[in-house]
Ligand binder design. Structure first.
Ligand code: ATP
Length: 243
């Protein structure tokens, strides 16, 4: 069985997925090295969400391999994949899904608490990130009293506070506009860079792609223009030694 190049933290090889015979992903291959920010762009229904779900082990593709360092995610059992996500992966959705009964800091601490981190340590990590996102004063508030963009910031804090090795973000700013969109994107990217977190971020907009180290374009479930000489491939050569 192929083993991924050791400079790729996250790698997918030859992914194919066709639920009910409908081809959603067709032979998709990608890699992202430690600390790299990779944008996966494409129009609606290009297969971006499905790709991120395969990378996170939420979905097992019909064919192909997903590697996290030297761990073959595609061969793990459902409970092993769940543990893999809990220990190593942060996830940000396009909408701020928070537990309404919990405060902002409790929401941000939740992945750590689920992992068994002592409450005091989890609280301090959550508060630190909420502070960095200028939400420290609102840490005790429930989601309903926060603005929409503040709720999405709490989701970013939640994904970062657990110190993931990799972070998957599915159109994290899609529901935001103007300065709020730029602010959330900026905090996400600077937090990832300061912590050397590998990020795969799905997006339909150029603004998001512009903050990434490299862009992979998907169209109808296929990578578009990632052959030799393409901008993606050139970026790849600058960022990583793998082919
Ligand atoms: N389980 C499934 N069964 C049937 N079709 C599916 C399934 N999952 C995804 N699809 C279809 O595959 C296509 C790609 O979906 P996906 O959500 O991955 O794309 P996307 O690029 O994230 O699009 P969007 O930005 O609209 O969410 C869509 O047409 C979707 O309806």
């Amino acid at each position: 069985m192929a083993v991924p190049p050791d400079n790729d933290l996250l790698r997918a090889v030859g992914l194919r997925h066709a639920p009910h015979g409908f081809p959603v992903l067709t032979d998709v291959t990608l890699g992202a090295s430690t600390g790299e920010i990779l944008a996966v762009t494409g129009p609606r229904a290009a297969g971006k969400t499905t790709l991120l779900r395969c990378l996170s082990g939420q979905l097992v593709p019909d064919e192909g391999e997903v590697w996290f360092a030297d761990m073959p995610v595609h061969n793990l059992t459902a409970s092993q994949r769940e543990r893999f996500r809990r220990e190593h992966l942060g996830w940000i959705d396009s909408e701020p899904h928070l537990v309404p009964e919990l405060s902002a800091w409790e929401n941000a601490a939740l992945p750590l608490l689920l992992r068994g981190t002592p409450r005091r340590t989890a609280k301090s990590a959550a508060l630190e990130w909420l502070d960095r996102f200028d939400l420290g004063a609102l840490a005790g508030e429930r989601p309903h009293s926060l603005a929409y963009s503040q709720r999405q910031q709490v989701c970013v804090a939640r994904a970062i506070a657990m110190e993931p090795a990799a972070l998957l973000a599915d159109e994290p700013t899609a529901a935001l506009r103007g300065p709020e969109r730029a602010h959330v994107l900026r905090t996400l990217v600077s937090a990832a860079r300061s912590n050397d977190i590998t990020v795969v971020i799905a997006a339909t907009d150029e603004e998001t792609a512009s903050v990434a180290d490299r862009t992979l374009r998907l169209y109808d479930g296929r990578t578009d223009g990632d052959g030799p000489g393409s901008p993606e491939q050139e970026g790849r050569e600058e960022c990583s030694l793998s082919v």
